[in-house]
Write a protein that binds this ligand. Structure first.
Ligand SMILES: C[S@@+](CC[C@H](N)C(=O)[O-])C[C@H]1O[C@@H](n2cnc3c(N)ncnc32)[C@H](O)[C@@H]1O
Length: 293
């Protein structure tokens, strides 16, 4: 793995050092980050879907002269507002990810935790690789994020979940803020005491959470953007105020945005200039040091 030439990485061991945004290939950055300095890593790598991830935002306006007919027989004109994309096809997926996972292990502090967000295509291969890097005894959870949106296959069970693999650097010494985890309603509140039903329960390893809605206010227009609620749960549970949170496949900056909201410090890396532009618009840039962008 190479290091970004002439890349003067800030001294993140200083308590005054604040958020960092880098436009670069992850491979060129990770060697510049000091070992054992990161409290939490969340990554959502490309899933190897075999195609380009693309999302276009379109504005529809009434236009009597347009040939497009919509609700109630009214005619509309559509204008493309923005279109974002990134490549998601790999001949050797593990060859791409493995060096980055090995480096992640070294970057984590002893109390640190790694969350790797994948779907059904690559998750099993990555689990085996992570067992080797972290040791099976440091495997913490396989979180299933279940949603119910989008097209449904009629030839197989519609795939409506992602998997988030969680490994502690040193299980037992890891941060896990059980009491800070936001509680959710019981599925069958009638089966528990009124007091328990009122308090709600700590979520299990199956997380029902809707995807970022196409018209929702957190929508940035970046493809494969993840819900803030997922990142809020992860960051609250596995880091402390002031902690360093690293995401080297930052995309639209969900990790960076939520980290800032929760008083953590982020290092966000993405090689796609479109992603960096969106992050700059999304987070408070007042105290963010930028590199390559
Ligand atoms: C699935 S998206 C991340 C989405 C993000 N979690 C969000 O909520 O918006 C994966 C991102 O990884 C970036 N990426 C892919 N390969 C990379 C690499 N080698 N180094 C840095 N970024 C990379 C892509 O540009 C893309 O933005």
């Amino acid at each position: 793995m190479s290091s970004l030439p002439a890349f003067d990485f800030p001294d993140i061991t200083r308590s005054t050092c604040s958020d960092i945004l880098i436009e670069a290939d992850a491979e060129d950055v990770l060697n510049s980050i000091p070992e054992s300095s990161i409290d939490l890593i969340y990554i959502d790598p490309p899933f190897n879907t075999g195609s380009t991830q693309r999302l276009a935002s379109v504005k529809a306006e009434r236009d009597a002269n347009s040939g497009r007919t919509g609700f109630g027989g009214r005619t509309y004109k559509t204008t493309l507002i923005s279109s974002h994309s990134y490549e998601d096809s790999f001949d050797d997926y593990l060859g791409f990810l493995l060096p980055l996972l090995e480096r992640s292990y070294r970057l984590l502090a002893t109390h640190g935790t790694l969350y790797v967000h994948l779907d059904y295509r690559e998750v099993h291969y990555v689990k085996v690789a992570l067992d080797q890097i972290f040791g099976r005894s440091n495997f913490m959870n396989e979180i299933i994020w279940a949603y119910d949106f989008g097209g449904r296959s009629k030839q197989k069970w519609p795939a409506k979940h992602d998997t988030i693999l969680v490994f502690a650097k040193d299980l037992g010494n890891h941060i896990f803020n059980y009491d800070d985890i936001e509680r959710i309603p019981y599925m069958a509140p009638g089966l528990v005491t009124k007091e328990k039903a009122r308090k709600g329960k700590v979520p299990t390893d199956v997380w029902w959470q809707t995807i970022v809605h196409t018209t929702g206010k957190e929508r940035t227009g970046y493809p494969t953007q993840k819900p803030e609620a997922i990142l809020r749960r992860i960051i609250e549970a596995s880091s402390m105020p002031g902690s360093w949170v690293l995401d080297f496949f930052a995309g639209s900056g969900t990790t960076a945005f939520v980290s800032q909201q929760l008083g953590r410090r982020f290092i966000a890396v993405d090689r796609n200039p479109e992603a960096i532009k969106i992050i700059k618009n999304r987070v408070n840039m007042a105290n963010v040091q930028t590199f390559g962008c």
